[in-house]
Each structure stands twice: as C-alpha cells, then as structure tokens.
Design a protein around this ligand. Structure first.
Ligand code: ADP
Length: 397
C-alpha cells in the first residue's frame, strides 16, 4: 500500500509518500510559507533532483492540492492517480489523555483532537486543518492520526503529575505528556531488535536530540518517564527553548524588564536554549564550531547542554533501577560525535566505554560503545515518517 504521510505545521507542511511493502520513500517534500507571501513547494521524487515551485498557497488545502498534483504529475509524479494512495497518516502533536495509540480518523476523533487543542494551541489546529484539507481532496481515502504524545501515555502518575494544586489536573488535565513519542517508540524498538533481545525485558534510555530534544525511559517495552512536559518546553536545553528552569525566573523577568507573560513565553521558547546561552546560533553545528575555536560562550553552551542530557540519563537510571542501553537519535544525536562523547564522559559509573572510532561513523545504526562496555550505547537514526506509515497501515488493513 502507498501511504501519504503528512506533518502539518502552522505555515508549513512536510510530506512523504511511502510504499509500505518495500518501505521505500517514493517522494517527499515540504511546503513553506503557507498563508504568507512567497509560498513554495519543494518536491523530491525518489532518484530525481528536487523541484522547487513558487506558487501562492493561501491555505493548507491549496498546499495539499499542489502536493497531490506533483505526486500525480505526468513527468515527475510517482503515481498515476490518487486512487493508488491507500491511506493517509497524519502526525498530530497532542492527543492529551484521550489517545494512547494511533487511531482511524472519524468525526468523533476530530472532535476529540479539537478538544485537546487548548493544550497545544500552536500545533493541533494546524494538524486539524491538514486533515480537513486531505479529506476534502481525497474523500474516500482512510486517514489515521498518529500522536506525538501517545507512546508516553503509559507513564505512571508519579512521573506525570506536577506538584501543583491537584485541582489543575482535575479541571484542565495539566500534567506531563511528553512528545517525540513516535521517535522514542521507533528507536527503542529498533534498539531491542539490534540487541537481539525481547523489547519487554529491557531498560532503555532514548536521547532524541534535535532542534527540540527529549529523553525517555523505556522499561519492559513501556515509556515510564520523559523529559518534555505539558508542552515541549520542559526538559533538555534545546535550539531555542530553555528546558527546565526555576518558574520564579518568569516573575523576576516580568518585574525587571516590564514584560508580559506572552513576551516571556516567547523568550523561553524562541530566544533561549543554545541560541540564548551562546548568543551565536540555535544550530548545534555553529556552537560546535565556536567550541572548537575556544569561544567562551560556545564552550559554556556545550557544557550546559551535555550536562543536562547526562543528568536526565542519571535520573532515568534511578527511575528504572538500572539501564541496559542508551540510544542517541535525531539531528544532533545522529550527527554530533562530540556531543555524544561529552555526554558519555559522565557515564563511567554505568561502565560505559565509548568506541571512538565507531562514534565517528555517520548515518547508520551502530553500537558506539566497546563490545565489553557494561552498558551499551547506540546511534539509531530515527524515522518518524516510516513509523507513522507503519501505524497507519496496521490500522487500515
Ligand atoms: P527538528 O526535527 O527538531 O527540527 P533535527 O532532528 O533536524 O531537528 O535536528 C536539528 C539539529 O541537528 C540542529 O541543531 C543541527 O545543527 C543538528 N545537525 C544536523 N545535522 C548535523 C550534522 N551533520 N552535524 C552536527 N549536527 C547536525
């Protein structure tokens, strides 16, 4: 079956068309600047050069119409007609407590996604627009919602409750949800496969280090804790997000700088993290360049960043009373040997021994600890689109 995987943001749309039998990506691409001046579609059919089309996209429906036209184009398309697409898998950011797994989209499901939108006001409405647009252009094709939060729904209360008045959980469901669930699930399962051991018998820690970053503890095949919280702002130092801070900092900045809550949230979401610490960039490659040149703030940024990851690993070792393997994934986790090595320097107490040669290989699933390292360490490239396609096929077949 050919599965159209859609990841709809407020002004962007990423997609892949995946053949579920071979798991090959037939085409992929990105619509940018939807609803604003200068919208464009970047379309990459497999084995051919990418094609950039500048075309007005006043809304997501027009963006999806253009994508579907590209996929069926006589010259550069990869299917003859839309009938060849057997299902659509939609990435949905927040499923609240309603969704502990992927689900076939019905009117009731759409209503439920809408209801949890207040927990993710920037993301869920865009996801919903993407679903509606696909439904109107492919009215008979089954659609599946795959939630970023679902994998983490197995967390126990002690991990997901915040120590604030209980009424806020009762009234608004304010709690830890966690994100990147599709990635944590995919990578932890791959890790068990690579280790050749039953997923249900392992204690794994997955470090998804991308522009956004989160760590999760996966015990006996279930997520038991994760570093992101009610929103993707909590936890690690990220590209532009602060991660964990003392909440009193909000009050302090508000009074000292005369800022309102929206302005402060923008600072914590968009101007903090690596960017805020270094003053240089939100991109880890720029920070590493600065580090290598001895730039003091970049050195500090690398230290704060890797120390935070190491602290979460330590916390999750405690939560699971041990760990069998630690996995690195996503843009930084897959590509930065330096950051992996700096994190692993903290893990001597786990008997981690890094194989520096393996650690410098790129783009493959690989064990980067030595064969006799007590705790194993892996790099496992994530593949959220493939995971979404698999879940979609499983539900519509
Ligand atoms: P997201 O999906 O959250 O936007 P990614 O997983 O693509 O983020 O990760 C983006 C981060 O990965 C950036 O900080 C970038 O610097 C880093 N990254 C990507 N490629 C490389 C590389 N070749 N070497 C080091 N870091 C890289």
């Amino acid at each position: 079956m050919k599965v159209f995987v859609v990841n709809c943001g407020s002004s962007s749309l990423k997609f892949q068309l995946i053949d579920s039998e071979t798991e090959a990506v037939l085409a992929k691409g990105l619509c940018e600047r939807i609803g604003i001046e200068g919208s464009q579609l970047v379309y990459s059919p497999a084995g051919k050069d990418k094609i950039t089309t500048v075309s007005p996209m006043p809304d997501h429906k027009e963006a999806i119409r253009l994508v579907l036209a590209a996929l069926t184009d006589a010259e550069n398309g990869v299917v003859k007609s839309l009938d060849e697409i057997g299902a659509v898998g939609h990435r949905i950011v927040h499923g609240g407590e309603k969704f502990a797994s992927a689900t076939v989209i019905t009117e009731d499901v759409l209503k439920a996604i809408e209801e949890v939108s207040e927990l993710a006001p920037l993301h869920n409405p865009a996801n919903l627009i993407g679903i509606r647009a696909c439904q109107s252009l492919m009215p008979t094709t089954p659609m599946v919602a795959v939630f970023d939060t679902a994998f983490h729904q197995t967390m126990p209360e002690k991990a997901y409750l915040y120590a604030i008045p209980h009424e806020y959980y009762d009234k608004y469901k304010l709690r830890r949800y966690g994100f990147h669930g599709t990635s944590h699930s995919y990578v932890s399962k791959r890790c068990a496969d690579i280790m050749g051991q039953p997923y249900e018998n392992l204690r794994l820690i997955v470090c998804h280090l991308g522009n956004g970053g989160s760590v999760s503890a996966v015990q006996n095949g279930k997520c038991v804790d994760t570093s992101m919280g009610l929103t993707p702002l909590e936890g690690l130092v990220m590209g532009t997000r602060a991660g964990d801070i003392d909440a009193a900092i909000l009050e302090f900045i508000a009074h000292k700088e005369g800022k309102n809550i929206d302005e402060i949230m923008t600072i914590l979401n968009k101007k903090s993290g690596m960017l805020g610490l270094s003053g240089v960039s939100s991109d880890s490659r720029d920070i590493e360049d600065g580090y290598n040149k001895g730039d003091k703030l970049c050195v500090q940024t690398m230290e704060v960043y890797t120390y935070r990851v190491a602290k979460y690993i330590g916390a999750y070792v405690a939560a699971m009373n041990g760990v069998d393997a630690i996995c690195f994934t996503a843009g930084i986790g897959e590509n930065s040997a330096k950051i992996r090595s700096m994190v692993c320097e903290y893990l001597g107490y786990l008997g981690v021994q890094l194989d520096e040669e393996a650690n410098h290989k790129r783009g493959e699933e690989i064990m980067i600890s030595t064969a006799d390292s007590k705790t194993k360490v892996y790099v496992i490239p994530t593949n959220e689109e493939l995971a979404i396609a698999r879940e979609t096929v499983a539900l519509v077949k």
